[in-house]
Write a protein that binds this ligand. Structure first.
Ligand SMILES: *Cc1c(COP(=O)(O)O)cnc(C)c1O
Length: 338
């Protein structure tokens, strides 16, 4: 099967498994797993942030960050299709007792002007706005990336208004490769950043939350409360270290594949439009008399998997597990649809 449903389907390579086998481990709840400590130090250093926390999932890093940045009854500003809002089980309400001011953005991205307009004035009728959470790349935006100038404007606004600024960077690696930006730039901009190691990079499990030392100290306690304290997690952290060293650098290859896929989809008669491709996600709009499920069902007969994400929207994601031959086969199958 050529699995283009998601970049979460990547598996460890033999070399990554070897690195995992060689890992030195200890009890991380006691702070004694040297490999987890090494991963946390490595990522903190990479982003120029004071500290980091290894967690089992990106949902957990995001939810811990939101919990640490807010008080119950606060309001969180985010885009209305953002993962923290629509794909984390209502966690903002459940875990943090906050409500959301959801903004309709442009392919998952919001502007400083929109944020400014969404901030609640000090007024006893209104929940205090305390956090702005962005997503880069934006998943439902089809892997779209923020422009640096806009991020700077939102940062300035957050500083002036005393708001915390969080980044859901599940695919930040992709954004940095596509926009030629560095982790250090991002570390200077945000109060907290969540990055995933299991999206397109082959790591089986794991995300890292970055921030100031006192923030991460609080986050470490929250991770325990959320049930995310792991013991010999160094085996997983070793995979994470390996993926940063060996698999981030190849992401442009996935982005090129995604562009090829978009070009071919654009010529297909069942595709009405393809969202602009910036990274590794391709979202196609299906013509009105056909459905996303019919489209993916056809491809399944050719051993190719895509994902219907709405009645008339299909998504393909390129990743470590897709090589050039698999891509050619996929393009060929799409060209053959009659
Ligand atoms: C996948 C993803 C996450 C985290 O997901 P987990 O499955 O919990 O690791 C967070 N944000 C975005 C945008 C994602 O795509």
């Amino acid at each position: 099967m050529i699995d283009l449903r998601s970049d979460t389907f990547t598996k460890p390579t033999p070399a990554m498994l070897e690195a995992m086998l060689q890992a030195e481990v200890g009890d991380d709840v006691f702070g004694e797993d040297p490999t987890v400590n090494a991963l946390e130090e490595k990522t903190a250093h990479l982003f120029g942030m004071e500290a980091a926390l290894f967690c089992p999932s990106g949902t957990m890093t995001n939810q811990i960050a939101i919990k640490c940045h807010t008080q119950p009854g606060d309001e969180v500003i985010c885009e209305k299709t953002s993962h923290v809002y629509i794909y984390e089980g209502g966690g903002i309400a459940f875990n943090s007792g906050c409500q959301v001011q959801a903004i309709a953005g442009d392919r998952g991205r919001i502007t400083a002007d929109q944020v400014l307009y969404a901030i609640n004035a000090l007024d006893i009728h209104k929940p205090p706005t305390t956090l702005v959470s962005l997503e880069n790349t934006a998943n439902r935006g089809g892997g779209s990336c923020y422009d640096w100038a806009e991020l700077l404007k939102i940062r300035e606004l957050c500083t002036n208004q005393g708001l915390n600024f969080h980044l859901d960077g599940a695919r930040l690696w992709n954004a940095m490769i596509a926009k030629k930006q560095t982790p250090l730039q991002y570390g200077q901009l945000f109060d907290s950043i969540s990055v995933c190691l299991s999206k397109g990079l082959g790591t089986p499990v794991g995300s890292v939350l970055l921030g100031k030392s006192d923030f991460i100290k609080k986050a470490r306690r929250m991770r325990k409360i959320f049930g995310g304290g792991m013991r010999q997690a160094g085996y997983l952290a070793a995979a994470g270290i390996y993926s940063i060293d060996h698999h981030v650098g190849r992401l442009q290859f996935d982005h090129d594949h995604a562009q090829q896929l978009a070009d071919t989809l654009n010529k297909n008669k069942y595709i009405a439009a393809v969202l602009p491709v910036e990274t590794n996600i391709v979202i196609g709009e299906i013509v009105s008399d056909f459905s996303a499920v019919q489209f993916t069902d056809f491809l399944r007969t050719r051993n190719i998997l895509g994902m219907p994400i709405a009645l008339q929207q299909v998504r393909f994601v390129t990743h470590l597990g897709i090589n050039a031959d698999m891509m050619s086969e996929t393009l060929h199958a799409i060209e053959q649809m009659k």
